[in-house]
Design a protein around this ligand. Structure first.
Ligand code: AMP
Ligand code: ZN
Length: 113
């Protein structure tokens, strides 16, 4: 499968990793929209929120646990942040491997997402 994020997880495409465990990989967005812009993704290929099922949804709670940990480590837990997952054409989703944008470090405009 020709998926850029699967290749990042496998190390075939370089990334600035900020976290990894057996379920989740997190790395800095290549085109940051805010001072903190991390992408948190499942290691399993799931195309979008549309493909989340009872069988694969455990990774979603892990992703939110990782988001809380990274927000604390990156110093934005108190100032605030936004977590976004674009799904489908109307949202502007460009990479069809489920990902959660963790955005913070500045006053976020609503248009940012
Ligand atoms: P979305 O538009 O929600 O599908 O978000 C895809 C995100 O992936 C965008 O914010 C891109 O900047 C980011 N992105 C694409 N390719 C890479 C890459 N090789 N490394 C890091 N981030 C990437
Ligand atoms: Zn993938």
């Amino acid at each position: 499968m020709d998926c850029i994020f699967c290749k990042i997880i496998k190390g075939e495409i370089p990334s600035k990793k900020v976290y990894e465990d057996e379920l989740v990989y997190a790395f800095n967005d290549i085109n940051p929209m805010a001072p903190v812009h991390v992408l948190i993704i499942p290691k399993q290929h799931i195309s979008s929120v549309n493909e989340v099922t009872p069988e694969n949804s455990a990774v979603i709670s892990r992703i939110y646990e990782v988001a809380a940990k990274l927000a604390s480590e990156l110093g934005i837990a108190e100032s605030g942040y936004r977590i976004v997952s674009n799904t489908g054409a109307d949202s502007g989703q460009t990479v069809f491997h489920l990902h959660f944008h963790l955005l913070g470090g500045t006053k976020l405009r609503f248009e940012m997402c």
